[in-house]
Design a protein around this ligand. Structure first.
Ligand code: MN
Length: 447
């Protein structure tokens, strides 16, 4: 694993797509994330696109026009003539890197006039499309890789024993539900389920009803690129070659349902009702300038077992990426108040790296497939301002947060909109961003 820097990361390069040159644009020419879009008119198909400024470059259109015909990019371009990113993901890093370089050369300010002219026929404004799930996700796994989150949550449920003994050895995860992954903007229906008041008589029966402890979880997701065969493993030194790129994930959670159901087999219906994804997948190539050392374990912590340990992962397996969650209530929206930031944390504080999560996942011979989604778990840091869910922020409702309208929140109310953002910034490089992932809570079904 060695992040490669090339001309596509040169901060001096600007694009002839003016909106990409704005200083705080998520989609500068140094980013070039892939996604799926559909024009908002009847009968239009899902297409592979690349975000640039406030526009999208239609890659199938570019291919049809013969602009991606060079030997080096033909394979990737053919994979883009598809209604999901899975084919491109399956090709692995080489073809994807070649396509990135070609797109960069077409979109840069000093691109040949002929390229510029031909490409300009294959743009669509992001405002004119629906953005869809980037891939057909066969399997979705959610990890628990923030030791700050695991410790804070552990304290609420097991004050004497917050962190279980396996935590520092195993990247803990559970198998999530792929069918209820939804794209940004999709409303989230408040789920009903079995709950039981935790402090009541242990023999008391639970009841079925709408959750009263609906929460968000601010997470980073990463898509599997080239997979592994059943029975084969992925050595830690090769793990990053199997990762396509990253997106934002909101793992909506019903804490009361979760608390009653989670032992002994882990989260189930308290999580599987909806998980929201951001639409743009920022590739590992775009992230190269922002790679950093993996989290430094506290003195006295065990070293990871050898299959999860590599010097290059320790040195550059981390990612300096900021994540931010904000909330907009109905009353705030009506009063014209901006969303209020509830948490801001950095992915470099995760106890486990993406490579470790992926390698662990395949360590029993489980086959990972192109388009599978792995999510990090709630990204929290050491500070109270760096908590990635309400469960932690409000100490399970004991310490509500106050919104700018004076409203209080222990957990989410109907009509609340939750917005995730993520971005990387580093001196000497252009900022790149993940865009946003948002969703609004709908009332429970009344039937
Ligand atoms: Mn989660």
């Amino acid at each position: 694993m060695k992040p490669i820097l090339d001309e596509t990361h040169d901060s001096k390069v600007q694009s002839w797509v003016e909106s990409a040159n704005v200083a705080d644009s998520d989609f500068s020419i140094q980013n070039l994330p892939f996604g799926m879009f559909r024009r908002r008119n009847a009968g239009s198909e899902a297409k592979v696109g690349v975000a640039i400024g406030d526009h999208i470059l239609d890659l199938a259109g570019m291919r049809s026009a013969g602009m991606l015909a060079d030997e080096s990019v033909r394979l990737a371009a053919n994979a883009c003539a598809s209604n999901s990113l899975n084919s491109l993901m399956a090709l692995g890093t080489g073809p994807r890197r070649a396509l990135r370089r070609r797109l960069h050369s077409i979109l840069r300010q000093d691109a040949p006039a002929s390229d510029r002219q031909s490409a300009s026929r294959h743009f669509v404004a992001q405002a004119d499309v629906d953005l869809m799930l980037p891939a057909v996700v066969g399997d979705y796994t959610d990890f628990y890789a923030s030791i700050f989150h695991a410790t804070n949550v552990g304290k609420l449920f097991r004050p004497d024993n917050p962190l279980l003994p396996n935590y520092k050895y195993i990247p803990i995860g559970y198998h999530g539900r792929a069918s209820s992954l939804v794209s940004t903007g999709t409303p989230v229906r408040r789920p009903s389920g079995q709950t039981r008041d935790g402090d009541s008589d242990p023999n008391k029966a639970p009841k079925l009803g709408p959750t009263t402890a609906l929460d968000y979880e601010m997470e980073l997701g990463f898509f599997v690129g080239a997979g592994n065969l059943l029975g084969e493993t992925i050595p830690i030194g090769e793990a990053e070659e199997h990762i396509f790129g990253i997106c934002l994930v909101n793992d909506w959670s019903a804490r009361d349902i979760q608390a009653w159901e989670y032992q002994p087999l882990g989260p189930f219906l308290g999580k599987s009702f909806s998980t929201s994804l951001s639409p743009w997948v920022v590739t590992m190539e775009a992230l190269a300038p922002f790679r950093t050392a993996a989290f430094v374990r506290a003195e006295g912590d065990p070293a990871p077992l050898p299959y999860l340990l590599s010097q290059s992962d320790r040195k550059l397996g981390g990612l300096d990426l900021w994540l931010e969650v904000s909330l907009l209530s109905v009353r705030m929206r009506e009063a014209g108040i901006d969303p209020v930031v509830l948490g801001r944390s950095n992915f470099r504080d995760m106890y486990w790296t993406m490579a470790q999560m992926l390698t662990h996942h395949a360590s029993n011979g489980c086959n990972l497939r192109a388009g599978d989604l792995l999510a990090s778990g709630t990204v929290s840091g050491a500070e109270k301002t760096a908590r990635g869910c309400l469960l932690e922020l409000t100490s399970r409702g004991k310490d509500p947060v106050t919104l700018p309208t004076g409203e209080q929140r222990k957990f989410l109310k109907d009509g609340d909109e939750v917005i995730l953002r993520g971005f990387c910034e580093r001196e000497g490089f252009r900022r790149i961003g993940l865009g946003s992932c948002h969703g609004t809570v709908l009332p429970a079904c009344t039937t």
